[in-house]
Design a binder for this molecule. Sequence first.
Ligand code: NAP
Length: 489
Amino acid sequence: MNDNIAHLLSKLETGLLINGEWGPSSSGETLEVLNPATGEVITTIASATATDAQRAFDAACHAQEKWQKTPPRQRAEILRRAFDLVGKRTEDFATLMTLEMGKPLAEARGEVTYGGEFLRWFGEQGVRHHGITGETPEGNLRIQTVRRPVGPCFLVTPWNFPLAMATRKIAPAIAAGCVMVLKPAKQTPLTSLYLAQTLMEAGLPAGVLNVVCGQSASAISDPIMSDPRLRKISFTGSTGVGKALLKTAADNVLRTSMELGGNAPFLVFEDADIDEAIQGAMIAKMRNIGEACTAANRFLIHESIAAEFSEKLTAALEALVVGNGLDEGTTCGPLIDERAVENMEALIDDAVRAGSTVLTGGQRGEGNGNFFLPTVLKDVPRSARVFREEIFGPIAPITTFATEAEALELANDTEFGLASYLFTQNHSRIQRVSEQLEFGMVGINTGAISNAAVPFGGIKQSGMGREGGVEGLDDYTTLQYLGIKNPYC
Ligand code: NAP
């Protein structure tokens, strides 16, 4: 470990954040955080118990009343200061993310920009989040609507975007006047702890944000989810866990935001600019080592250009440098754990048995880390697991189509509905095809669709609710309608 990393870790809080205080777990238990590029322990953090989770939630509830009465401008200024601090600490945040998650440093820096932007965006949105005024057609009532904070929130985040998934929830909650408990993924808690530290330095009052992470996710979530004071759960993660949380949420009729799995089709029509499509494919597939819910999961390519597209994509993937994300030359880091590597092997075996051919990759990379070589598969039938399941790794399966109708039918043949991508130079086709794609988001001639200003989210089993954009703040408020008797009636 070099001196800079040792210094960074020495200033990092590794306890539980409850009511503005950092402290150990009530059981004294700790959790090791591993570096997926080396298998080494980066550091240990406090591992929360159910008692700690309850204490964290009690602290949040205690802070709610005062926090919601804090003027929007004050809340916004805390977010703005946090945005500035995150920007100044770009190298620290990026290093932590690369250490615990594996993504190359350049991508981690990109996530600091993207994730930090939610702090600024929601600070700006929070001071102009108004209801409406009007009157009934009969003239008997004046109508007023006001947006009120939804109340105490439970925020659960995944390991793949340790900063952005946290700020995308925390920032609108702060802007709206909600208090919260954040439970980061146990594989990548360090970035969230550093973010919490940064928000406290930016002036966030004690109890507004509480952070607990631990060996057992359910030990933390059970007491909070069953507490009648909870008003909202916002979850980003797998569809399986999301469904389980939705069932529990029904007991207390909670507001839910679910950002779940994806199976994005990447359609390239015969009139597309193929080089532009390759550029888009490299982002949509390889950003975050393929471990993104928006990752292109199925390349659906018109049969007349499939050979050229496959050849160019293979060359582009072969040019990537697989290695430790901390090495500046690395463009493809390790997968999160050994289980993910084994899953890549199983998916490829299954596709080959179903008749696909491996054009490049198809095996583990060298070294002690969880490395897997970027892989292109061609002739992938829709029965193959790679076609039907979320891959979450560097495998690009190619399937061909002959007509627009067939392309759409293949694209929509999934229970997921998060991101999709469409490459064509034909404007009426852009309109026609995107209107028929059953996905919450469509990237048109681009592989990069994430931004703080966009309503990010899915349909079907990819979830409900939107994060970011104008809508991302609505999800942390409830609309109250006041009916005021017209004094002239
Ligand atoms: P995961 O296993 O579902 O875990 C996500 C989070 O849920 C983690 O914090 C995890 O904690 C927690 N969790 C697990 N079981 C729980 C329970 N019983 N109660 C409460 N929390 C529980 O997903 P993942 O493997 O971390 O992330 C990958 C998935 O996230 C993919 O499917 C991906 O598509 C999805 N994702 C979606 C979006 C989106 O915006 N739609 C964005 C990013 C990722 P532990 O870490 O302690 O297990």
